[in-house]
Write a protein that binds this ligand. Structure first.
Ligand SMILES: C[S@@+](CC[C@H](N)C(=O)[O-])C[C@H]1O[C@@H](n2cnc3c(N)ncnc32)[C@H](O)[C@@H]1O
Length: 226
C-alpha cells in the first residue's frame, strides 16, 4: 500500500502556517533523534521530507559551517516556511529541493559542489515516506556506505497494552489524519521497512509511549548508486 501524495500536499497546504506551533509538543523528541545521529563537524546530512525545516538549526549547529545539509519535501507550502528559515539563519550550506521522496536526486549537486555523500540521514515524522519502498531505495542509495540513520515519529501503542491501547490508538488514528495518508500500513511499527536496510538497529519508546526514537546504520551491501 502506498501513501496518497496528492492528499498529503493538499493537507499540508492547510497546515503550513501553523505547522510549527501545532507540532511544538514533538520538538523534544525531534531533537533527540538529531542527537541520535551523533553528527560531527563537516559532515553532510540528508533531512528526509524536511517540512518547515524545524531540524535545520540543530543539524547545522552540529555540523558547523564546513558541513552541508541536503533537504527536500514535496509540499511547496511547507518549503516556503523552510526557505524563510534559511534566509533568517543566513545559512549558505543548505540545499533545499521540492521533490518527492521517490524522485529526489542529489547526485549531480553532490558532484558539482564536491561534497561527500550524506554520512547521516534523518527520518523525522515521515511515516508516508517510510512505507514507500521506492522512496527508501532512492534515498538510501544516495547515502554514504554505512551511513547513520535516525528515525522519530508516532507509533500506535502495542496491542499488549490492552485495554487502554484501544481508546489511545483510536485517538492517534484520528489526530494523525492530516499528517499521515496511509495510517493503515505499519502504524504499529512505522520503521519496519526501513529497518530491513539497517544494522545495529534499536528502537526506544518515549513518553507517552506513542513516540519513539530509533537508529541504525546502513547495511554495507546497500547499493551505492551510479
Ligand atoms: C509530519 S511532516 C514532518 C516534517 C518534518 N520532517 C518534521 O519533522 O517536522 C511529514 C512530511 O512528509 C512530507 N511527505 C510525505 N510524503 C512525501 C513524499 N512521498 N515525498 C516527499 N515528501 C513527503 C510532507 O510534505 C511533510 O512535510
Amino acid at each position: 500500500m502506498s501513501g496518497n501524495p496528492g492528499k498529503s500536499v493538499a493537507d499540508y497546504r492547510l497546515l503550513a502556517r501553523q505547522y510549527d506551533h501545532t507540532t511544538r509538543r514533538i520538538n523534544r523528541v525531534r531533537l533527540d533523534a538529531i542527537d541520535a545521529l551523533a553528527l560531527r563537524p563537516g559532515e553532510v546530512v540528508l533531512d528526509v521530507a524536511c517540512g518547515t525545516g524545524f531540524s535545520f538549526a540543530p543539524i547545522l549547529e552540529r555540523i558547523g559551517p564546513r558541513g552541508f545539509l541536503l533537504a527536500f519535501d514535496h509540499s511547496p507550502d511547507l518549503l516556503e516556511v523552510a526557505r524563510s528559515r534559511i534566509a533568517a539563519g543566513g545559512w549558505s550550506n543548505v540545499l533545499l529541493v521540492e521533490a518527492s521522496a521517490e524522485a529526489a536526486d542529489f547526485r549531480a549537486e553532490i558532484e558539482q559542489r564536491r561534497i561527500a555523500r550524506p554520512a547521516a540521514a534523518l527520518f523525522s515524522y515521515v511515516h508516508d515516506v517510510m512505507q514507500s519502498e521506492a522512496a527508501l531505495d532512492n534515498l538510501l542509495g544516495q547515502l554514504a556506505p554505512e551511513a547513520r540513520v535516525a528515525i522519530t515519529g508516532t507509533r500506535l501503542w502495542p496491542r499488549t497494552w490492552w485495554p487502554l491501547c484501544v481508546p489511545v490508538n483510536a485517538y492517534l488514528y484520528a489526530t494523525h489524519a492530516q499528517f499521515i495518508t496511509n495510517r493503515g500500513e505499519n502504524f504499529h511499527r512505522p520503521w519496519a521497512k526501513l529497518e530491513r536496510h539497517l544494522v545495529d538497529f534499536e528502537v526506544h519508546a518515549r513518553w507517552p509511549g506513542w513516540r519513539y526514537v530509533a537508529r541504525g546504520q546502513l547495511r554495507s551491501a546497500e547499493p551505492d548508486g551510479p
